[in-house]
Design a protein around this ligand. Structure first.
Ligand code: ATP
Ligand code: MG
Length: 559
């Protein structure tokens, strides 16, 4: 899609601002950035921010940096940096050259801090974190100035240098901006700019004993990179005056502006990194890429195509007001994409054997099956057929109700791409359950149509027993049973115990041995599936990416 057509059909308040700034000549080239903190894996909420930042840059001929906000070595790891790069690439975006890091600018940021000190606009405070919090004041009462607020620039410079050199204990001192302890905005009441932390940084090692806060690092990093539009989520709205104050009081090389948009909230899951980390570390899920997780790694493992994630973010748009998006919207985007692109196969999840009594023993044949019903260019494949086949247990009923049009005693149905069969008898086990169906087929219906023009009401899928592949199939449901986890009780209590169901002994057509992880196929009438990375030729394991329709809504209505 060309840049022009993209901008034409995409309008939101951010794109309107960018367009206006370009038209007015306020900026020449749009520069944005996506600034993850490498303290966890990216989730579907981050995808909204990624698609916005990279999308805007792409549509308006600008560029977007990937910048790691790596200012807190206590929580950050190289593992996360690698995972984040992989995920952004997977979504189809390119940050052009190397990723950037706030830590690339530690020296410049330190210089900016010294500049503020020299100007009398920052000071070293010896108060503890608790004391600083206690003297910050409230929404209705002003804060209390620190007894160290009026230190001379010389003393401050000396102390700050010692902080850097590691002369003090973690938490012993901080550097604060000297702004206004009576400000109506608590972020302006002498916010902390640097804290002492003796930790090894993934990139700078042990070079630093002080680290800038998000507020100090962010805007200045934007300015250093020439970012024009610094897009962040709404919780930073109250930080914007500080962002502007720092930019205006520092000799930065450019003037970025911050704009806030609503973060994505999704039903039946959580998107807080703190909670996602807890799910992983406490073993509620099997890892960051567990397909139940809303992480991009989890979605990818489940089989969700990146195009569907991008399409989902288009459908939800970009707004200024917080809202809650139904996870079914994500599923719908996945379904729409896969319906158009995924090849069709046959797989039986809960097999019931059918013996076709009038089909010659020891004989097999191959039938042609279309790979996509609406796309002839997808071609056809051969599926083996024989005297014994499996059908879905749910496609047979001994005593069917009126509206059941599938196989039943004495009833004729079409086997997809194969023949009409009629059930002649059933075999039950001691418990009275049907364990086998006996049937006869009509050789004159080969390919699925009767020469005499007679019709059947049902078509069912099947897999030939002799050549069937055995597989485990993992079915996924919402991670949380409640729409908003933790609304009425502890959020962990809302975990859905049925979010993962593993079916064993599923029967798949032989072609599925060649299925590729991340390229889902449709099991006809059942859903979309892709091999899990755990899958081996000896032990096939498939993940259900998404069902053919939304079964959750129906199940909820019934209960
Ligand atoms: P935490 O959950 O710890 O607050 P975070 O989700 O803000 O962390 P970051 O790594 O700081 O994680 O996020 C990187 C960028 O992604 C930020 O610009 C942030 O605003 C954006 N972002 C994070 N979560 C969402 C979300 N749910 N919807 C949209 N954007 C988000
Ligand atoms: Mg954050």
């Amino acid at each position: 899609m060309s840049a022009e057509t993209e901008t034409e059909d995409r309008r939101d308040f951010i794109r309107d601002i960018v367009r206006t700034d370009l038209d007015a000549g306020k900026v020449d080239t749009v520069v944005t950035r996506f600034p993850p903190e490498p303290n966890g894996f990216l989730h579907i909420g981050h995808a909204k921010s990624i698609c916005l930042n990279f999308g805007v840059a792409g549509e308006f001929g600008g560029r977007c940096n990937l910048r790691f906000d790596d200012t807190n070595p206590a929580r950050e790891e190289q593992l996360y940096i690698d995972a984040i790069e992989e995920d952004v690439r997977w979504l189809g975006f390119d940050w052009g050259g190397d990723a950037k890091h706030a830590s690339d600018y530690f020296e410049e940021l330190y210089g900016y801090a010294r500049h503020l000190i020299r100007e009398g606009k920052a000071y070293v405070d010896d108060q503890t974190a608790d004391e600083i919090r206690e003297t910050r004041g409230t929404l209705t009462e002003p804060g209390t100035p620190s007894p160290f607020r009026d230190r001379s620039p010389e003393e401050n410079l000396e102390l700050f240098e010692k902080m850097r050199a590691g002369a003090f204990e973690t938490g012993a001192r901080v550097l604060r901006a000297k702004i206004d302890m009576a400000s109506g905005n608590i972020n302006m009441r002498d916010p902390v700019l640097y804290r002492i932390l003796h930790a090894t940084h993934p990139r700078t090692g042990d070079a630093w004993h002080i680290y800038p806060t998000y507020d100090f690092a962010h805007g200045q990093s934007d300015a250093i990179e020439g970012v024009t539009h610094s897009l962040c989520t709404l919780e930073f709205e109250d930080h914007r005056p500080l962002y502007d104050w720092l930019i205006e009081n520092l000799p930065v090389p450019s003037r970025p502006y911050q704009y806030e948009f609503a973060r994505l909230n999704l039903t039946h899951t959580v998107l807080s990194k703190r909670r996602l980390i807890q799910l992983v570390t406490e073993g509620h899920v099997l890892g960051w890429d567990d397909p139940r997780m809303p992480t991009l790694a989890g979605l990818r493992r489940k089989g969700v195509p990146p195009e569907a994630v991008v399409e989902f973010t288009k459908r939800i748009g970009v707004t200024k007001a917080d809202n809650l998006v139904e996870v079914q919207m994500l599923d719908a985007a996945v379904r729409d994409h896969l319906n158009a692109t995924a090849e069709r196969r046959m797989g039986v999840l809960r097999p019931l054997k059918v013996v076709i009594e009038n089909y010659p023993e020891n004989e097999t044949e191959e039938l042609d099956a279309a790979n996509h019903p609406n796309d002839e260019s997808a071609g056809t494949r051969k599926v083996p057929f024989g005297r014994e086949i499996y059908i879905e247990a749910g496609d047979f009923m001994e005593d069917p109700p009126k509206k059941f049009f599938r196989l039943a005693s004495g009833r004729e149905v079409r086997l997809r791409f194969a023949y009409f069969i009629t059930c002649t008898d059933i075999v039950k086990n001691a418990a009275g359950e049907v364990i086998e169906v006996r049937a006869i087929y009509d050789p004159a219906t080969r390919g699925g149509d009767a020469l005499d023009g007679r019709k059947v009401k049902g078509t069912i899928h099947w897999v030939a027993a002799g050549t069937a592949l055995d597989a485990d199939v993992r079915l996924y449901d919402h991670l949380f049973a409640e729409e908003v986890p933790g609304k009425d009780r502890d959020w962990l209590e809302d975990l859905n115990p049925d979010a993962l169901e593993v079916l064993t002994g599923c029967k798949l057509e032989p072609m599925l041995a060649d299925a590729v992880p991340g390229v889902p196929v449709q099991f006809e009438r059942t859903g979309y599936f892709t091999p899990d990375p755990d899958s081996t030729p000896e032990h096939l394991v498939f993940n259900r990416t998404v069902g053919l329709r939304d079964s959750w809504a129906k199940a909820q209505q019934k209960s």
